[in-house]
Design a protein around this ligand. Structure first.
Ligand SMILES: Cc1cc2nc3c(=O)[nH]c(=O)nc-3n(C[C@H](O)[C@H](O)[C@H](O)COP(=O)(O)OP(=O)(O)OC[C@H]3O[C@@H](n4cnc5c(N)ncnc54)[C@H](O)[C@@H]3O)c2cc1C
Length: 416
């Protein structure tokens, strides 16, 4: 990082260079490096950003199969104005709405917090620019990991260049594996958060861009809990999504039908389509049980970054990246994601267990959470920072019988 330049300024979105899809000058990595980051997605790039920001002196190669980054996801989270990535936030909503189907939505807000949105394309561009500026880090786009084994001093990585088909070998002391979880692991999730969104532009003013529809139209579709999520970016442009918390992966055609239905009911069917995004996030996915090896760390979604009960992972990934980089700078090995507190883990899984067994309760459970819990408590809960009183207030607003039944089943079966 240039001397005397404040980190905040340097990390501002305006710094993102046009080199997003062309890492250029450092296209060839050394064969022996201190660390390889497998996967240049959210977790991989977040760590690359942090080691640069914190001044890690080791050599690092990031492997990413994509040749080009696209605006493929919207990362949202609750944060104050002082969040380190505030410069990348493209929109903030001080109010968020929730509501049951066919009922008016209710607004919530919490002083000092807003729901924030970072466009993945801005994050990717800014991260690529930072890696470009880093003397020690190389991003190899169009390259994927094909094999991983231990050698005398560390790790031996088989790498394929997807452009030419050529293979080569990298050697590294540390490997951070941020590849998405394998199907065998993913399929053991309790629920799947299946969603599809479309950014649209209307020919007329429609939205108040200070209010995000976080969970509205809460309903059951084919027996699964479903809701609408709308992020207005201006009076005429918004991301409109349909989300399911379902016991199986909902087919893209079914989600599309539901999304079309929402657009039609709201009178937005003729809107101009700007871009799309979709996903099927694992909720309550068990962690890999393979034994840990020195110098190899799994991170990101496959390493347990996603919050079981919400599917949010962006803030957790940022926290992990900062801690992991700090360890590396101090000469220690890398670390994985910190385990959530036992209480939060149990509450999340209890919540999922209730939803798995009785999805019909979904709309009422979320109505209670948004409607009865003070927004500041809900925000602390959603951002992994609830106090004991927040947790007690949360328990107090939920129906007792299904949770006691789920707790009994959990105690009888043992975790998870
Ligand atoms: C559409 C969408 C919207 C989301 N919105 C939010 C949100 O609003 N808030 C929130 O908190 N969370 C959100 N999430 C959840 C979570 O934050 C993201 O999924 C996040 O991208 C997870 O980061 P990751 O690094 O684990 O995975 P990814 O970002 O998917 O990165 C994994 C990387 O590994 C690479 N890879 C795959 N195979 C190989 C290989 N063989 N060799 C090398 N690299 C490989 C991939 O190309 C990819 O770049 C969203 C997820 C999706 C899909």
């Amino acid at each position: 990082m240039p001397q005397n330049q404040p980190i905040r300024d340097y990390f501002d979105a305006s710094e993102a260079s046009a080199g997003m899809n062309n890492p250029g000058a450092k296209a060839v990595a050394a064969d022996v490096v201190d660390m390889v980051i497998v996967g240049g997605g959210c977790a991989g790039l977040s760590l690359a950003r942090e080691i640069y920001k914190q001044g890690f002196q080791g050599t690092v190669t990031v492997l990413e199969p994509r040749h080009h980054y696209e605006d493929d996801r919207s990362w949202c989270f609750w944060a104050g104005d002082d969040h380190p990535l505030i410069g990348l936030v493209c929109h903030s909503w001080p109010q968020w709405l929730f509501g049951l189907a066919a009922q008016p939505a209710s607004p919530c807000s919490s002083a000092g917090f807003a729901y924030r949105y970072i466009r993945s394309s801005d994050f990717y561009a800014n991260s690529v620019a930072l890696i470009e500026a880093s003397p020690n880090t190389t991003l190899l786009t169009g390259h994927r990991l094909t094999s991983l084994s231990q050698d005398g001093v560390g790790w031996c990585l088989g790498v394929q260049d997807d452009g030419t088909g050529a293979s080569h070998t990298l050697h590294a002391k540390h490997v951070i594996d941020t590849r998405p979880p394998a199907e065998a692991q993913r399929s053991r999730s309790k629920l799947f958060q299946c969603f599809m969104g479309i950014e649209i532009e209307l020919a007329f003013d429609q939205w108040d861009d200070q209010q995000a529809e976080l969970m509205t139209d809460m309903r059951l579709v084919d027996g699964e809990f479903c809701f609408t999520y709308i992020l207005p970016l201006s009076a005429r442009v918004a991301l409109v999504e349909v989300t399911y918390f379902a016991r199986h992966r909902v087919s893209p055609s079914d989600i599309q039908r539901e999304l079309d239905d929402v657009l039609s009911r709201r009178g937005w069917s003729s809107a101009r389509h700007i871009r799309r995004e979709s996903g099927a996030l694992p909720m309550g996915m068990p962690l890999n049980e393979t034994p840990s090896h020195a110098g190899l760390v799994q991170a990101g979604m496959g390493g347990g970054a996603l919050r079981a009960s919400s599917g949010y992972g962006f803030l957790r990934i940022q926290r992990w990246a900062a801690i992991c980089a700090q360890r590396l700078v101090l000469g220690h090995g890398p670390c994985g994601h910190a385990e959530p507190s036992r209480m939060l883990y149990e509450m999340d899984h209890l919540f999922l267990d209730v939803l798995v067994r009785q999805p019909t309760l979904g709309p009422d459970l979320f109505r209670r959470l948004f409607g009865q819990l003070k927004p500041s408590r809900l925000v602390r809960f959603m951002t992994d920072r609830p106090s004991g009183i927040d947790l007690m207030a949360l328990v107090a607003c939920l129906p007792k019988t299904p949770f006691l039944q789920a707790l009994r089943r959990r105690l009888m079966k043992g975790r998870p």
